[in-house]
Design a protein around this ligand. Structure first.
Ligand code: ACM
Length: 626
């Protein structure tokens, strides 16, 4: 069954208890226009699903999907009818080529009255997104937990995306994630109308894609020694220690996942990260580096500029390797683009290598940046031969961009702006707004990582900077690097709800993005995730502390939460705070000498919510030093 996971999502969703509100509905991302009308469409035994007999097969398939999930959730086996009669209450799915105001293939119009639901679009992808919206609108009324009525509020929605590229990236190199989890992640993305899954398939800690021409890439490169603890503090592989931790996707797995994603209107962007971040490939084939040293795949211990993880741009065998690897990748992924990485390439080994330096002289390359640019341009030519276009991280600007390269801007938006000024396409994914591996709440309460990206920061940015040709910005993307993320549950926790915020940034018109409204919708969004048993972070309800020293060298603490409707209570006497404790007014507090600990918690509508933050003076002082 092709849409089985969507069906599953919809089944579990329908098991939750929500009651339709007549004044507001909660759809994430916010539609372009939504008009709430009186009444609701009640789904009952008389409801029929209707598609015209000459509809596209994809639309018929989507109708089947709808009938299956409604059967599973409501127990009603709704009839599928090509034509409806006056007495039928119908849910109609139809392609309508006259809907010019939908501005493209992904838009849809949804009209719900008490007798009819009409979902129209120019293309099946629009119907698919309309179904996601219906999914979020469906409500069940119940008595003592027993469903009594399934309904959808009467609305008129016109909807289409702001940006064409709405991506999420998952790093499967630092930790391997199973095929089943990748499918689940794709389902989760589809629900929020993401349409690109960027699959970071290779890095220093693992090569994850079967390449028939180079079997050692996965026989050797997909496995490393097992380690637990704090990333970068992992012990180096020991002499003779077995590399037992890892995994990879066979080419059959890849084809299965590509087809699965396609049915959910998601295209997959594969990334083969070169010329840096290549230690796993070099562990398999040491001739690929200029030093030719023999290494093991890195488990997450310090190795940068100590071990040579860069491909040798002066060796023709490297281009032959890439030609074969990218040939197989190109044949597996229908996407017009392949991402070739290009980031964080350390050049110290190129600098020290006599053959590499001689190659630079022969080719008139004055700096290692120019050598990197030479390499990327050669890779672009290889891709072009295979009918593909190149995307790289913004380091590919260094030494000059390849002629047709698209830049993924991660070190802020500056690289993207520069590339667009040079006429190149860009995808905005600035770390400060889109990196899902960062802390989303106070480090004292969150799993260990680095830097900070709070929910509000993910919500409040604009991937379309002024003063560049807006059409060159294909869109935006959230990126989940997994150095510190080893389990499915943790990957979900880091993804949601920040990616709900990103979904709205990428899909909804700027004028419809509204932080207050988004906060209101979170409650319903969390219920959906609960029903689907998908993990997410509630850090937005927790208190975050930042500190500084004033001009008298006194310790000053500022407290905040992401959500606006919370009140913070705190103590300085090592007791757990409640609503009788000090109320934080927004004025930073001075922590008197001798105070050992700050504790704080947030309240919402007179109820404690979120975790109690407990932080010692020593740590507060450390933060003030930073
Ligand atoms: C990156 O974060 N190195 C693209």
């Amino acid at each position: 069954m092709k849409y089985s996971s969507l069906v599953f999502i919809l089944i579990v969703f329908c098991n939750q208890i929500t009651v339709a509100q007549s004044t507001s509905v909660s759809v994430i991302p916010e539609p372009v226009s939504i008009k709430i009308e009186k009444g609701k469409f009640i789904i009952d035994a008389k409801t029929v699903i209707s598609v015209k007999p000459n509809s596209l097969p994809e639309v018929k398939e989507l109708a089947t999907t709808l009938s299956l999930w409604l059967a599973n959730s409501t127990g009603l086996n709704l009839k599928m009818k090509p034509k409806t009669s006056g007495s039928d209450k119908s849910i109609r799915l139809e392609i309508n080529s006259s809907l010019k105001d939908l501005k493209g293939d992904e838009g849809y119009k949804l009209r719900v009255t008490s007798t009819e639901i009409t979902l129209q679009a120019l293309k099946p992808s629009g119907i698919f997104y309309g179904l996601q919206t219906i999914n979020q609108l469906l409500s069940v009324e119940s008595v003592k937990g027993k469903p009594t009525q399934w309904s959808i509020p009467a609305v008129q929605i016109t909807d289409y995306p702001r940006l064409g590229w709405r991506g999420l990236m998952l790093d499967v190199s630092r930790h391997f994630f199973s095929k089943e989890f990748i499918k689940s992640y794709i389902d989760q993305m589809a629900r929020y109308k993401f349409n690109v899954f960027h699959w970071h398939l290779t890095d220093d800690q693992g090569w994850r894609i079967e390449i028939k021409a180079f079997p050692k890439l996965t026989e050797v490169g997909a496995w490393r020694v097992p380690r637990i603890g704090q990333w970068w503090s992992y012990e180096q592989p020991q002499q003779g220690e077995a590399a037992t931790y890892g995994g990879f996707y066979t080419q059959d797995d890849i084809r299965e996942i590509v087809a699965y994603a396609r049915q959910r209107t998601i295209s997959i962007l594969p990334e083969i990260d070169v010329p840096g971040h290549s230690l796993a490939a070099i562990a398999a084939y040491p001739y690929l580096s200029a030093t030719g040293e023999i290494y093991q795949v890195n488990p997450g211990s310090k190795f940068y500029e100590i071990q040579d993880n860069t491909l040798n741009p002066a060796d023709e065998r490297v281009y032959d390797f890439l030609d074969k690897v990218l040939g197989e990748v190109a044949a597996l992924f229908p996407n017009e683009y392949i991402h070739i990485g290009g980031d964080e390439c350390t050049k110290v080994f190129w600098h020290k290598s006599a053959p590499v330096q001689a190659f630079m002289v022969q080719n008139g390359l004055k700096t290692e940046d120019e050598l990197q640019s030479y390499f990327i341009k050669r890779v672009e030519k290889i891709l072009q031969k295979k009918g593909k276009r190149l995307i790289g991280w913004d380091e590919i600007l260094e030494g000059g961009l390849a002629p047709d390269a698209t830049v993924m801007s991660w070190r802020g938006m500056q690289g993207g702006i520069k590339a667009a000024q040079e006429g190149h396409q860009v995808i905005m994914t600035p770390a400060d707004n889109t990196y899902l591996d960062l802390y989303q709440g106070d480090p004292a309460l969150e799993p260990d990582t680095y830097s900070m990206l709070r929910l509000k920061t993910a919500y409040q940015w604009d991937p379309l900077p002024p003063n560049i040709k807006q059409e060159l910005v294909l869109g935006g993307q959230g990126n989940l690097w997994t150095e510190s993320v080893s389990t499915n549950r943790h990957a979900e926790y880091m993804t949601w709800p920040r990616s709900m915020a990103l979904a709205e940034v990428f899909w909804s018109p700027k004028a419809k993005q509204n932080w207050s409204n988004f906060q209101r919708k979170l409650a319903s969004g969390f219920k959906h995730l609960d029903a689907e048993r998908i993990n997410y972070s509630k850090a937005a309800f927790d208190v975050v502390v930042s500190t500084s020293l004033n001009d008298k060298n006194e310790l000053i603490a500022s407290l905040s939460t992401d959500l606006d409707d919370l009140i913070i209570y705190y103590t300085l006497d090592n007791t757990n705070p409640d609503s009788f404790s000090n109320k934080y007014t927004g004025e930073p507090i001075q922590i008197p000498a001798g105070i050992y600990q700050l504790r704080a918690v947030a309240y919402q509508k007179n109820n404690p919510i979120g975790k109690t933050l407990i932080i010692n003076r020593k740590d507060l002082e450390k933060r003030a030093e930073k």
